[in-house]
Design a protein around this ligand. Structure first.
Ligand SMILES: Nc1ncnc2c1ncn2[C@@H]1O[C@H](COP(=O)(O)OP(=O)(O)OP(=O)(O)O)[C@@H](O)[C@H]1O
Length: 392
């Protein structure tokens, strides 16, 4: 549906549109002054100049048909979902079949798109030019399934369960090592493992092959860092398991040589472990491939958020995950009224922005400013409008 016809349907949305238009106007004038020579505002707010970092480069993000992954992450409530959903809408409206995936256990994609996208399966998003699908990975449901199967079948159902996530080989090996009891309780990091198994599906399954852009709306920082480091952890764990199996195998080799079949089984199991290890390596490499993947940090202009983002950025760099852009969301436009609160708030935001531009970790990132708009950003039309202000 064309945006204009949508907005002209009801008075309520018309008001919304005009509010958004006003916001855009004031933000545009704000960004012009923000990026020009330093000057002193009527409120003596020190403005920061960021001539090179103002470049957002959506052209670069949209270019080419090769699949690209964008992960948006940061502190809770800063606007990750709004930014991720608006980016997905923009990609789809530029001709990319796009998938937006939420790995946040507290999903808000449905709220953001104002459509029911729940259920843990691919759901088409209505109202965009090219196919846009959403997927809310549902760890709570999966965890429940895990417990139920484990209780019903004395742990044996867990293997089927992990099979369905593409991690069956791991369960098999744990089982062989008599670690089955560990599988009865959902292991820490299961949420991330589920997300990883989905990423594996994106890489391998034909169902996902048509998507040329995959946007992740990730969970708040700690969870996401665990997600990014999990393939390494699993790779290391599999490596340890393989070593352990080899030790057991050599200790019992004399016995095994008497039973040819056992040896064949042993080799098959090792091959499977090796396969799983290769798949983990693929996911790990994917997270670190700067040609295809980018992690975009979303923050709000406060000192606390800046400090946390600095730590997040350092962790991402340590993990060698490509990070190039930083969205500072909810930036207040300069106040044209006498509102003291607005003036103080903006002054505070400018201080935080100044700090961000000087932070040793964050200073090298492209800074994208997203304005605080005066209505909630909801529905494809609202996301399109917001996206056009952010992704330029
Ligand atoms: N620039 C903005 N201007 C006005 N409202 C905004 C802006 N960005 C986000 N919001 C609003 O803030 C709320 C939280 O946004 P959003 O859900 O995108 O954040 P989040 O970081 O994904 O949150 P969570 O971590 O809880 O999932 C929403 O109501 C959204 O409409």
């Amino acid at each position: 549906m064309a945006m204009n016809s949508f907005f002209h349907k009801t008075t309520k949305t018309n008001t919304y549109f005009s509010l958004m238009k006003d916001t855009k106007r004031s933000f545009n004038s704000f960004s012009t002054s923000f990026n020009s020579k330093p000057f002193t505002s009527p409120y003596q707010v020190r403005l920061v100049t960021t001539p090179t970092k103002a470049f957002v480069g959506f052209d670069e993000m949209v270019r080419g048909t090769q699949r690209k992954y964008f992960m948006l992450g940061g502190k809770g409530g800063v606007g990750k979902t709004s930014c991720a959903a608006s980016l997905a809408v923009k990609f789809a409206n530029h001709g990319h079949p796009t998938l937006v995936v939420s790995t946040d256990p507290a999903h808000s994609l449905s709220d953001s798109f104002d459509q029911d996208l729940t259920g843990g399966a691919l759901v088409p998003v209505q109202g965009v030019d090219s196919p846009l699908y959403a997927l809310e990975i549902n760890p709570e449901k999966t965890r429940e399934e895990f417990r139920a199967r484990s209780q019903l079948q004395g742990g044996r159902g867990v293997k089927d369960f992990m099979d369905s996530m593409g991690l069956g080989m791991l369960a098999e090996q744990l089982g062989e090592l008599k670690l089955g009891e560990l599988l009865d309780t959902p292991p820490p990091g299961l949420d991330e493992a589920i997300a990883i198994s989905k990423v594996m599906q994106f890489l391998e399954s034909k169902d996902y092959s048509s998507f040329s852009r995959i946007v992740f709306d990730t969970a708040p920082t700690g969870h996401t860092l665990r997600l990014l480091s999990l393939p390494d952890f699993l790779d290391a764990s599999i490596g340890k398991m393989m070593k352990l199996k080899k030790k057991i195998a050599s200790a019992t080799s004399a016995l095994k040589s008497m039973f040819n079949k056992a040896e064949t089984q042993e080799n098959a199991a090792s091959d499977k472990l090796e396969q799983l290890r290769e798949r983990m390596a693929k996911v790990r490499d994917l997270f670190r491939d700067s040609a295809t993947t980018e992690f975009i940090i979303v923050i709000i202009p406060t000192v606390m958020a800046a400090n946390e983002s600095s730590r997040l950025c350092a962790s991402l760099k340590k993990e060698t995950v490509p990070v190039r852009r930083l969205i500072v969301n909810q930036v207040l436009p300069p106040s044209t009224s006498d509102c003291k609160f607005c003036v103080m708030r903006r002054k505070d935001q400018m201080r935080a922005l100044d700090m961000i531009t000087k932070d040793p970790e964050l200073a090298s990132l492209k800074l994208i400013q997203a304005p605080l708009v005066d209505v909630e950003i909801r529905g494809v039309a609202g996301l399109k409008f917001f996206g056009d202000m952010v992704w330029k």
